[in-house]
Design a protein around this ligand. Structure first.
Ligand code: AMP
Length: 304
């Protein structure tokens, strides 16, 4: 059965000249938690799940392809989750393009797309939230109060509706990944969290839906993040372990770029995300947020 199914799926990758699949099987689109759960109950076999906020790029599609490779069925959700945005953040202007997203997911061979509406997820009277404690406190948690409470709540709700065996998350959002791993472990969710490497543009900028906010000048200047990470990797490889020295080197490189404003640079324990002082012990993670105008770009490198 699995072999038969794999052959069918491989056939979808045989593209014609218009790069349309020869035998497309469009994904089922589910728009409510109840419909999603019914689809899951009606379909047996391993389910891989990729939660997204849409406006898909190659970073998302890499997660999708990995899920398709590793599972019998793949579900992708698209939901711009209002509860993880603070009132002064970019919820209303977050980029959206459902038609293009669905075309990409269909061409990739995704089985189901979960597209719940905000009132399906948070109907009137909604009042339940999930909080992961220590690991949500530093870094993004300190700058974006309530952000991870929104993330964990929506991800748990998505997991409950989709019922995945494996869920795919990008290493780009390193703290989010650790927060979800903690929640899955602490709440005995019994699914596997699969971390996926950061996908970058050819000039090194980490792909992000928010890159579209950058002006051409800011887009060019944004390569400074990758240059700072490469510089960190080189220093680490040469044996530099002093936390202040490693953070200061990043700070200097970012400060030298006139359009960039360093929000923070962190060298932290790779698992707990506690900030390191003195000599770094392996493994560590160097992460940073750099602002270009109002746009915050997040990037990191794991040092092991
Ligand atoms: P988002 O739509 O920004 O919520 O991202 C959905 C998922 O895609 C998250 O697990 C992200 O970490 C992951 N992701 C976003 N950008 C990238 C990237 N450049 N490389 C790898 N994963 C990514």
């Amino acid at each position: 059965m699995a072999d038969q199914w794999n052959n069918l799926r491989d056939a979808r990758f045989l593209l014609d000249q218009d790069t349309r699949p020869l035998n497309p099987v469009p994904p089922v689109i589910l728009t409510t938690p109840a419909a999603m759960r019914r689809w899951r109950s009606a379909n047996s076999g391993s389910v891989g799940f990729v939660p997204t906020m849409g406006y898909l790029h190659e970073g998302h599609m890499d997660l999708v392809r990995r899920s398709i490779d590793e599972n019998l069925l793949t579900v992708v959700s698209i939901f711009v989750n209002p509860t993880q945005f603070a009132p002064d953040e970019d919820f209303s202007r977050y980029p959206r393009d459902e038609v293009r997203d669905l075309a990409q997911l269909s061409a990739a061979g995704v089985d189901a797309v979960y597209l719940p509406g905000a009132t399906d997820m948070y109907p009137e009277g909604y009042q339940t939230y999930v909080e992961v404690e220590q690991v949500t406190r530093p870094l993004e948690g300190a700058r974006r109060p309530g952000h991870f409470r929104g993330v964990t709540t929506v991800v748990l709700k998505l997991f409950n509706a989709v019922g995945p065996d494996r869920a795919y998350f990008g290493r780009k959002d390193a703290q989010q990944l650790r927060v979800i791993q903690r929640m899955v472990q602490d709440l005995d969710l019994g699914l596997e969290v699969v971390p996926c490497d950061i996908v970058r543009e050819t000039d090194g900028l980490a792909m992000s839906s928010r890159n579209v906010y950058l002006s051409p000048e800011q887009r060019t200047a944004a390569t400074v993040l990758k240059r700072a990470l490469d510089d960190t990797r080189r220093r680490w490889a040469e044996g530099e372990r002093d936390a202040d020295t490693l953070r200061a080197a990043v700070s200097r490189l970012i400060d030298a770029e006139p359009l960039a404003e360093l929000d923070y640079v962190s060298l932290a324990d790779d698992e707990s995300l506690q900030e390191l002082e003195g000599t770094a012990v392996r493994p560590a993670i160097l992460s940073m947020v750099v602002k270009f105008g109002k746009t915050r770009l997040l990037d990191n490198i794991e040092l092991a």
